[in-house]
Design a protein around this ligand. Structure first.
Ligand code: FE2
Ligand code: FE2
Length: 146
């Protein structure tokens, strides 16, 4: 699902798959723990909120970042923008389009509405990335860096 980074071919197919799965799991854990921290803060449990936040940061800055480094996730800013544009396009043209339609078919109107709203937001993200990429490419041409 989604856009795969170009993980070095020197790594076995299974390890490449596992790197992708590990990144997704760590990313999901990170955001989940951030929401748990927010909830704990709302419930007046400040120290618990800090534990969730601290652990979330570790999942992101240690686990995700190290796996992402092995997977060659980040490249030049232009490559990262292209990657991000492809990812947004996947969400707009496939994932959320299909999900919204399926939710509607099943009568889950609130879910369908949320997927449609998110899909709209992703289009805004994509446009901003496209503009940034165009700017960077033009700027680099003028600066003689391209
Ligand atoms: Fe982790
Ligand atoms: Fe997005």
């Amino acid at each position: 699902m989604g856009i795969k980074p170009s993980i070095p071919q020197s790594i076995s197919a299974r390890s490449r798959r596992n790197l992708m799965t590990a990144m997704k799991d760590e990313a999901f854990t990170y955001v989940k723990l951030k929401l748990f921290a927010k909830a704990a803060r709302r419930h007046g449990h400040t120290e618990l909120a800090e534990l969730f936040d601290r652990t979330a940061d570790h999942e992101y800055l240690e686990h995700f970042a190290k796996v992402a480094s092995l997977a060659g996730l980040t490249g030049t800013d232009e490559q990262n923008l292209s990657h991000a544009i492809q990812e947004e396009s996947f969400e707009i043209d496939q994932l959320y389009m299909v999900f919204a339609r399926e939710a509607l078919e099943d009568g889950d109107l609130e879910v369908a509405g949320q997927f449609s709203q998110i899909r709209h937001d992703e289009a805004v993200h994509r446009l901003a990335f496209e503009e940034a990429l165009a700017y960077l490419q033009t700027h680099d041409l003028i600066m003689g860096r391209a």
